[in-house]
Design a protein around this ligand. Structure first.
Ligand code: ATP
Ligand code: MG
Length: 492
């Protein structure tokens, strides 16, 4: 076995009354890919932020190459060769790709930024990774996935020996994920040590050597990836066996509720389909196929041509408020941009969507609002000290659950879900699938856009597939499989 290059010993971290980490220890060896797993809120990001100098531990020691070190700010971490790609990207949208990567470290020529060198260094770095983004273009124009790759380039530009990825694949396409796996394998070959946080078991088996699991802020066990089963890892994560990921379907689609005819805008072309009452309609396709844009057009975020009929009556949602008032709700793909007000409490976020809907006829009483909020905290198992907790303080997966709770609280007739379980742990995923099934059984109509095929196959009554803005086909559950979805997704 190769040498231990990093040791974290008996780490504690508390935020006020919340004990995020308790007596956590971790060892890392040169040339290994260590996967850090655990439920939403288990403390994974916190532990890694301590290593990256973003957070300071309440107690505990860190050893690098056997020497006790103190990492009190990010620059200390860089000095010790530690670099981290964060779960929630912090990028300045007005900066260029090159500036983003080399922020604060511009090569200057007599006091001026040497743009030519900056550009060259950026190109070289990207070439090494097999990615390309125009160095002088603004960050703003790129998708979350592309920004993630730019962030990876930035982490590697620090010449580190330890690199931490906090859920890097959550926003990546299948192709980009493969690219990242390749990069990780290359880094490993060069002798670098990698820590990978992920809720996707595929990631673990694709590149992982060893898995360390946290539960409720404590070590709950570890195992070698080779020879271990998904069930073993899940057992360590949630403390029990997962009997089944998907609920037994109990909904039965009724009469036609929504009809979309020839929906068209700059991103989607001539989309027509029907949605029944109590139906769960899955939408598959590659990232960029126009699925998000379709949901946005239906909800009223983006403008479009074409006809939408609700219960036979022609309607047009000109804004999200319109959508909410007509009984639609949307869980957006990017929770930070469109889903949440981060510096407000869970309650304020949940109430906001109820208010928007209720404001037509008056305000709900505060007691009722609190009850609704608590109901979703419980149902979705949101790990929080209470409904007044500021959303920013929640772990990534728990923020996602708030977005879902917020939408459900508006009690929609038609629920539009865009990648609803992104960043959510296996246990909570199963809870969300059950909630979706129950709501449909009670008569709610649901459209789910997902890049996870197992998810589409596990919960849908019918699947539509999109390709480059067009509808490329429809599959009944008898016809649907990963292969048939994929074929339509690439428009075979
Ligand atoms: N700034 C903060 N203030 C208060 N509590 C915090 C803060 N940051 C994190 N926490 C709490 O610490 C706990 C651990 O959070 P952490 O982000 O490390 O979880 P995680 O394992 O990364 O989860 P996820 O899979 O959802 O990303 C959570 O209960 C979270 O609410
Ligand atoms: Mg996290």
């Amino acid at each position: 076995m190769s040498r231990v290059i990093l040791e974290m010993k008996k780490i504690y971290k508390s935020y006020g009354g919340i004990q995020a980490l308790k007596d956590v220890s971790l060892e890392l060896r040169a040339g290994e890919v260590l996967c850090l797993c655990g439920e939403n809120g288990a403390g994974k990001s916190t532990l890694m932020k301590i290593l990256a100098g973003v957070e300071t531990p309440t107690q505990g020691e860190i050893f690098i190459d056997g020497k006790l070190v103190k990492i009190s700010k990010p620059i200390d971490a860089f000095d010790f060769g530690i670099s981290m790609v964060h779960q929630e990207l912090v990028q300045i949208e007005e900066m260029t790709v090159a500036e983003n990567i080399f922020v604060g470290r511009y090569k200057t020529k007599a006091g001026f930024v040497d743009n030519k060198r900056l550009r060259e260094d950026t190109l070289n770095l990207m070439k090494e990774l097999g990615i390309y983004f125009e160095p002088d273009s603004l960050i703003r124009q790129y998708t979350v996935a592309s920004r993630q790759l730019i962030e990876i380039a930035k982490a590697l530009s620090h010449n580190c020996s330890i690199i931490i990825f906090d859920e890097p694949t959550a926003a990546l396409t299948i192709e980009e994920t493969e690219k990242l796996y390749k990069i990780i394998r290359q880094l490993k070959e060069r002798g670098m040590a990698i820590i990978l946080i992920s809720h996707r078991m595929e990631d673990l088996y694709a590149v992982g050597d060893r898995v360390v699991v946290l539960k409720d802020g404590e070590n709950s066990g570890e195992l070698q990836v080779a020879g271990s089963k998904v069930d073993d890892i899940v057992q360590l994560m949630i403390g029990r066996q997962m009997t089944q990921q998907f609920p037994k379907k109990t909904n039965s689609p009724g009469e036609k509720l929504l009809e979309v005819k020839g929906l068209t805008n700059s991103k989607i072309t001539n989309i027509s389909f029907e949605l029944k009452k109590g139906e769960i309609l899955g939408i598959g396709g590659l990232v960029g196929a126009g699925r998000t844009e379709l949901l946005r057009a239906i909800f009223g975020v983006d403008d479009c041509q074409g006809d939408v009929f609700l219960k036979g009556e022609r309607i047009k949602n000109n804004s999200p408020i319109d959508g909410l008032n007509r009984g639609f709700a949307l869980v957006p793909e990017d929770r930070k941009d469109q889903g949440l007000i981060l510096n407000q409490s869970i309650l304020q976020n949940v109430v906001l969507s109820i208010l928007k809907k209720m404001s037509v006829w008056g305000i709900m009483n505060p007691k009722k609002e609190m009850d609704v909020c608590d109901e979703y905290i419980k149902k979705l198992k949101i790990r929080t000290s209470g409904r007044t907790m500021i959303v920013q303080m929640l772990s990534g997966g728990n923020q996602q659950k708030v977005v879902i709770g917020k939408c459900l609280a508006s009690n929609p007739e038609i629920l539009l879900l865009d990648e609803p379980t992104r960043g959510v742990d296996v246990g909570a995923k199963a809870e969300i699938y059950k909630i979706i099934n129950d709501l449909a059984s009670e008569g709610m109509s649901i459209i789910v856009v997902s890049s996870e095929m197992t998810e589409l196959l596990g919960i849908s009554d019918r699947i539509l597939v999109m390709h480059e803005g067009h509808l490329s086909g429809e599959l009944s559950m008898n016809e649907a499989s990963e292969e048939t979805i994929m074929k339509l997704a690439i428009n075979h």
